[in-house]
Design a protein around this ligand. Structure first.
Ligand code: URA
Ligand code: SF4
Length: 222
């Protein structure tokens, strides 16, 4: 099963968002609060793609509103990107977790390739409507979702690539609309903000994250 049966053809972002709330395209909706779709304007110049909602995002229904989101917001402010030009989404739209016991804390589980591919029709549909100047994959899961299974964030972080990325499966990313006089677009990857929070030397990891985001910021100001 995949999300494909739930994605309405030719829909606006609002219609996609509403339709996603009813998605049962894989098992991950079970036991969650809701689908966490995206935030930000369809005309965004920068698109962040994360992994999946966390516990707080699942409760609030918005991506990147927990600790990882706070760190991302801080780094975005530091490199001088206007938050109003950002669209933020995830490779997987439901929180994958395991329970530490009855009524206990829900512990994040990394989505695997089959989860990402089940949820991919949503991401593809989003990119049909978006026309960003730069797309930033946050972490390995997003990197593989956008650039294919052999993509390695640690090797390629901070490096601009052409966007849309070359097709690695039948559902390639494209943009259907009129781009007017838009110049070519770029994509890049960096670490996931949660990896910065977990790093042994947080200051060094954070500085590297900011340096990567400066590459994206330069595209926007260029
Ligand atoms: N981590 C993600 O990858 N996405 C979110 O929305 C929150 C945390
Ligand atoms: Fe649908 Fe994606 Fe949720 Fe699976 S994770 S149920 S494909 S929205």
């Amino acid at each position: 099963m995949t999300a494909a049966d739930f994605v309405p053809a030719g829909a606006t972002m609002d219609k996609l968002r509403k339709a996603s709330l009813a998605c049962t395209g894989c098992e991950l909706y079970k036991g969650t609060t809701q689908t966490v779709f995206s935030k930000g304007p369809v005309g965004a110049r920068l698109v962040f793609v994360g992994e999946q909602p966390g516990d707080i995002e699942d409760r609030r229904g918005e991506p990147f509103v927990g600790p990882a989101g706070k760190l991302l917001d801080k780094a975005v402010a530091e490199v001088g990107i206007d938050p109003a030009v950002i669209y933020t989404t995830n490779a997987v739209k439901h929180f994958k977790f395991r329970s530490a016991g009855e009524g206990k804390r829900r512990i994040h589980q990394t989505p695997d390739a089959s989860d990402v591919s089940a949820c991919r029709p949503w991401l593809v549909a989003e990119f049909e409507l978006l026309s960003p100047d730069v797309v930033v994959a946050l972490g390995a899961t997003a990197g593989r979702a956008l650039f294919g299974p052999s993509f390695r964030v640690t090797q390629s972080r901070g490096v601009l690539m052409p966007w849309p990325a070359s097709a690695h499966d039948s559902a390639a990313f494209a943009h259907d609309g009129d781009d007017g006089d838009r110049e070519s677009a770029f994509a890049m990857a960096t670490l996931h903000p949660s990896a910065i929070l977990r790093a042994d030397d947080r200051d060094v990891a954070y500085a590297g994250f900011v340096a990567d985001l400066e590459v994206a910021a330069a595209v926007l100001s260029g």
